[in-house]
Design a protein around this ligand. Structure first.
Ligand SMILES: Cc1cc2nc3c(=O)[nH]c(=O)nc-3n(C[C@H](O)[C@H](O)[C@H](O)COP(=O)(O)O)c2cc1C
Length: 376
């Protein structure tokens, strides 16, 4: 399998063809994307069936729900699904929970309800998450259809090189930024020095992550290789297709090799972001005032809206979070990224995404609605 083929497949952006394992026998890990909640009579369950489709770091899907009374839901973070190496303060996990809440609210609107969200109703945890809920949501009758609703099922994280011949019109870029709403600041770089510098920094930060054993291992532990593993877990990052299968079967692509510098698997994983960063039409980012848990939830809600607006406009996006991460080996990249995105005193860069045009990719796996109701 040639290098490009592996690189294209790493991260699960492309399904080249049916896997060698024989897809017919392997359950589809993406059924959650098909008519979510269509058989549900309870608006809360309908909205939750959409919320689980939210973008979230490493596709950990760290959420749990408890239905209460006739009209409320309390939401918890499953602390067995955190990312301690790459997300030591669980900032990104909370952003993912914010995205979940935004999709929940949008889907409630589509059913003529308003979802009133109280983030961290029992108080905010500090650096470590605890058992307190991340939100309580009350559903009431009367609510408007948000035009972004129709993009929920089409939204993807697109880990592909984008069309380098096609710039994103300034008006579209502005609209995607504006979708974030009030209270947060967005920025964009769509050309010149600013774009070039971000491409290089995002690429180098990605390499640094792979070179950091604990961070790399966290990703490897969540790498689902082949259809059987994908179906068994329905979470994490996935690698599939005949090339991946061939590399797995002959022992080139194994978790051990991904962790071992010098192997083909390690080198290709380390180079994964190179062609992606290069083929990027623009970077967009979201900056918050402060960085408490409520702000992280707001940033996640904003990111969900940004992603849905991009989808509406046919713009592919992929977060590039490495340089935003808080572990010590990333510190020099973090500082440079703050400078490039003009983060001011007291502000926090919450999301950085690459954007451009690409062919459609299939949806990422999801656990089922029922998994939300298990206990942590
Ligand atoms: C806070 C946050 C950080 C993320 N960082 C990255 C990233 O660095 N690289 C990447 O490819 N995807 C990143 N993602 C996207 C997730 O991996 C993606 O949402 C998840 O795998 C589910 O796939 P989907 O968005 O296609 O449904 C991030 C998402 C969130 C919410």
């Amino acid at each position: 399998m040639d290098r490009r083929h592996f690189i294209t497949l790493v991260g699960g952006g492309v399904v080249m063809a049916a896997g060698l394992e024989g897809c017919a026998e392997v359950p589809d890990a993406t059924v959650a994307w098909v008519s979510p909640g269509s058989s549900e009579r309870d608006v809360r369950r309908y909205a939750l069936a959409h919320a689980i489709l939210a973008p979230n770091p490493h596709n950990r899907q760290p959420w749990l729900a408890r239905l209460e009374g006739e009209d409320a839901v309390t939401l918890f973070i499953d602390r067995s699904r955190l990312l301690p190496a790459t997300d030591p303060f669980s900032r990104q996990i909370v952003i993912g929970c914010g995205a979940f809440l935004e999709l929940l609210a949008i889907a409630a609107g589509a059913k003529g309800h308003t979802a009133t969200v109280t983030a961290f109703p029992d108080g905010q945890p500090a650096d470590r998450l605890d058992e307190r809920p991340f939100a309580r949501v009350v559903f009431t009758r009367g609510g408007a259809l948000d035009p972004l609703f129709r993009n929920i099922l089409r939204r993807r994280t697109t880990r592909e090189p984008y069309d380098t011949a096609r710039a994103i019109p300034a008006a579209d870029l502005a609209a995607v930024g504006a979708a974030v709403g009030p209270g947060l600041r967005t920025g964009a770089a769509a050309g010149g020095q600013a774009l070039a510098a971000l491409k290089t920094l995002a690429r180098d930060a990605y390499r640094r992550e792979v070179d950091t054993p604990a961070a790399n291992q966290e990703t490897i532990d969540l790498m689902r290789i082949g259809d059987r593993q994908i179906a068994a877990h329905r979470d994490g990052l996935f690698l599939r297709g005949p090339g991946i299968e061939a590399m797995r079967v002959v022992g080139i692509l194994t978790p051990e090799n991904l962790a071992r510098p010098g192997t083909i698997a390690f080198k290709q994983a380390r180079a994964f972001a190179d062609p992606l960063c290069e083929a990027t039409a623009a970077f967009l980012w979201i900056v918050s005032p402060g960085n408490d848990r409520a702000v992280q939830i707001a940033s996640g809600r904003a990111y969900a809206r940004m992603a849905l607006e991009a989808t509406a406009r046919g713009i592919a996006i992929q977060p590039m979070s490495q340089a935003l991460q808080e572990y010590p080996q990333m510190a020099p990249f973090f500082a440079r990224m703050d400078r490039l995105t003009a983060v001011g005193p007291g502000e926090r860069l919450q999301m950085l995404v690459r954007a451009g045009y690409a062919a459609d990719v299939p949806p990422a796996p999801r656990k089922g609605l029922q998994d939300l109701f298990r206990s942590a």
